[in-house]
Design a binder for this molecule. Structure first.
Ligand code: TYD
Length: 138
């Protein structure tokens, strides 16, 4: 499964637009946790790791930022700048966020509760994880 953009409903209204997400509908998993990143100083990057189990959808609720997704072979950059698109990232991909605009607000909707053990923070370990997983699944 690849990282891909998800269309989020947008109810246009002269009083202001409205969008919404439902678990196991627009979000392709049960939502166990949401968190958000904000007040990012210029030039900072966040992320820079992979998850063994966690699937997530990232939404730019305000402003813009880039998400670089790396499957160990190829890197793809998604520029998020609309609150009616979500970026779905399956487990087992390396991802990093950067290029945050002033006042940007990044929402993360996650399939797992927080667990430090789910993180792969070392890139070599990530490549090893992919190799081991590929063997298990073949
Ligand atoms: P982390 O996911 O490592 O952020 P980044 O990848 O952007 O550097 O999280 C930063 C810190 O916040 C880390 O010490 C763990 C803590 N944290 C929680 O306690 N609960 C959470 O749900 C998340 C996402 C992070």
């Amino acid at each position: 499964m690849h990282a891909h953009l998800i269309n989020i409903p947008k109810i246009e209204d002269p009083r202001g637009n409205l969008s919404f997400i439902e678990e196991e509908n627009h979000i392709p998993f049960k939502i166990l946790r949401s968190y958000w990143i904000y007040d990012v100083p210029g030039g900072q990057v966040r992320g820079g790791h992979a998850f063994k189990e966690q699937q997530e959808v990232i939404i730019a609720l305000s402003g813009s930022f880039d998400v670089v997704v790396d499957d160990g072979t190829e890197k793809k950059t998604f520029s998020l700048n609309r609150s009616y698109y979500g970026l779905y990232i399956p487990a087992g991909l390396w991802r990093q966020m950067g290029n945050f605009s002033t006042n940007s607000l990044a929402l993360f909707v996650s399939s797992t509760c927080y667990s430090a053990d789910d993180y792969i923070r070392d890139y070599n370990e990530f490549i090893l994880f992919l190799t081991t997983n590929a063997k298990v699944n073949s």
